[in-house]
Design a protein around this ligand. Structure first.
Ligand code: IPM
Ligand code: MN
Length: 375
């Protein structure tokens, strides 16, 4: 029997209740496919921060680096200013472990309602590969009042570091600015990951940018994409401006197989992706460092107003657990979980309120766990 040790951060709001169901399903999959999971709980999130002042410490991150995959619920709490937990915990984990791929399947499962009229499960089935460590997410910027001021901004990464020395002279009453950057190393590795996916699955690859306007940053992205494309002559490719791709996701989602996007555009288009696959309750994500520690989470937030009601849909989290098992190499267990989710939906009996049902979070988890043994 294979033994896995998996750290789990349930987090805030509905985090603990959806993670409980994810664990239930993964444990059951282990019984069938011959592995056993020892879960190692971490308390990080709003309560822990309010109690101890720790968001997530260097020591904790070091400790987590011994693992291949972290299971993550959700963070966010009304008592804490927006951005503190997101940056201090979620983005911190993504950056610290250099999880440069944010993999977000956009797949309409059989039996799920989509707001796109006349589109079915056959039409909506693609994967977004979102760059996850650069772009406007590097977290540097500032504000400056009228007059002269200086500022030094630094980006430190494993692969490189960059220092900007700004000499500001402005006669506006006040400005706010944010610097985004992409590096050759950071861009090439995520685009290469997407090409490998496309090659293995014999699918076509679409690149997202805004090279027509933000040409320094996204013109660079497009150049690197073109250069890597030359090594993959079997993979068909196309370019999409980000504004246009939101239109195509709605009008012709069947066109897409694999989509690769810079961080911020990837963030935006995957919320749209989540909606066309049936809603945020159904959309999982993986933050992947193929050689290091990855982290798997639903793409929705902590939904504090539903906390503790055993009401929300656990499917995104269960599906994220399937992605986690896939990363660990448990391919059969992973696909059985996705089939069990699909079967639960097709049966149509045990479903949460967002899918038109009255079942509890825990009922859906138990039903999918039962199905995992059969499908
Ligand atoms: C997501 C979220 C995060 C992001 C936030 C919470 C920092 O929106 O995972 O898509 O912007 O990446
Ligand atoms: Mn987002």
């Amino acid at each position: 029997m294979t033994q896995y040790k998996i750290p789990v951060i349930p987090g805030d709001g509905i985090g603990p209740e959806i993670i409980r169901e994810g664990r239930k399903v993964l444990d059951t999959a282990g019984e069938r496919f011959g592995f056993d999971i020892e879960w190692v709980e971490y308390p990080h999130g709003a309560d822990h921060y309010l109690k101890t002042g720790e968001l997530i410490s260097e020591d904790t991150l070091k400790e987590l680096s011994q693992y291949k995959a972290i299971y993550f619920g959700a963070i966010g709490d009304e008592r804490i200013k927006p951005g503190i937990l997101e940056k201090g915990i979620l983005l911190n984990i993504r950056f610290y472990f250099d999880e440069y791929v944010n993999l977000r399947p956009v797949k309409l499962l059989e039996g799920v309602w989509t707001p796109l009229k006349d589109k079915t499960a056959k039409d909506i089935d693609f994967v977004v590969v979102r760059e996850n460590t650069e772009d406007f997410y590097i977290g540097i910027g500032g504000r400056a009042k009228k007059g002269k001021s200086k500022k030094t901004l630094e980006v430190m990464r494993n692969m490189y570091s960059v220092k900007f020395g700004l000499d500001i002279n402005s006669d506006s009453e006040e400005i706010g600015y944010q610097l985004g950057l992409i590096s050759k190393e950071g861009t090439r590795r995520v685009i290469r990951y997407a090409f490998e996916l496309a090659k293995d699955s014999k699918k076509h690859l679409s690149s997202v940018d805004k090279a027509n306007v933000l040409s320094d940053i996204y013109g660079f992205w497009r150049e690197e994409f073109t250069s890597i494309a030359a090594e993959y002559s079997d993979v068909k490719t196309d370019f999409n401006f980000v504004d246009a791709i939101t239109m195509w996701f709605v009008k012709n989602p069947e066109w897409f197989d694999i989509v690769v996007a810079p961080n911020m555009f990837g963030d935006i288009i995957t919320d749209l992706g989540a909606m066309i696959q049936g809603g945020l309750g159904l959309a999982p994500g993986g933050n992947i460092n193929p050689e290091g520690t990855s982290m798997f989470e639903p793409i929705h937030g902590s939904a504090p107003k539903y906390k503790g009601q055993n009401k929300v849909n656990p499917i995104a989290t269960i599906w994220a657990g399937a992605l986690l098992l896939d990363q660990l190499g448990e391919k059969d267990a992973s696909s059985a979980i996705v089939r069990a989710i699909e079967q639960n939906i097709v049966n149509g009996k045990v479903k949460t309120y967002d899918m038109g049902g009255t079942s509890k979070t825990s009922d859906v988890g138990s039903d999918i766990a039962r199905l995992v043994k059969e499908v």
